[in-house]
Design a protein around this ligand. Sequence first.
Ligand code: CP
Length: 302
Amino acid sequence: MKSAFTGRDLISLADLSKREIEEVLQVAASFKKEGVPEELLKGKILASCFFEPSTRTRLSFEAAMHRLGGSVIGFSTSSSTSAQKGESISDSMRVIANLCDLIVIRHNLEGSARAAADAAFKPVINAGDGANQHPTQTLLDLFTIRELHGKIDGLQIAMLGDLRYSRTVHSLALGLAHYATRLYFISSQDLSLPEEIAESLRKAGMKFSYHTDLEEVMPKLDILYMTRRQIERSSLPEKVPFVLRKQHLEKAKESLRVMHPLPRAGEIDLSVDALPQAAYFQQAANGLTIRQALLALILGGL
Ligand code: CP
């Protein structure tokens, strides 16, 4: 039977309705509880096209494909591809589409994943395009929030750090706009949330506010979503980031959980890792589950 996902691209969180987000989360929950159908994608090939560095996203997509019985081709750096000779993303994708059943692409240019999807005649999943979007990260973030609190509606969620260049923040804000959450954006002025994301939240009727100090909002929070400074996308001078330490959590609710898409770059002190509030490694582990669900839906006709 064909699902609504069969053969589809996933380029932006905005491509998904709430019903579709819930479908992915539901399949992921059932895979996590009952295991995956190990032969579902037998004979299928995933092209893993990472023009930009990645640890979690690339390896969890590749592991997901192997776990579902499929196989993987690809590259983990643009330096080994014909991009070095000047080949365009579109030309590369037209060629690669002949060799596989689905393309996963990460690239430093905003809009690159959309360009890839326009050129390729196979489904394309955006694994991060510049500072724009990272939709599969958002699906695993939503899955983790529900796992941590048993719900998404009604939660008070702060995002802290580089809100201007973090694609995980941009995608997650759009994802949370489907739920009744209250959002707090905490950053310096030069790293504040882009206006177009704020406008989308206003249109969705979301309640949100801007802050420069975590202490102002800490006692209210259910989730604190930390981000690193995206130095690879910014010409702003590098500053010492805010570092979350054990003592900051003393003013938090006992049920507060700290998330981070990782990698971290010093903004969460290692002393936080052993605390019950630290949820970022659980979050990273859910990347495999969510990507298995997506591949099964898009390629496996679940
Ligand atoms: N969260 C995330 O995208 O991590 P990687 O850059 O390691 O894939």
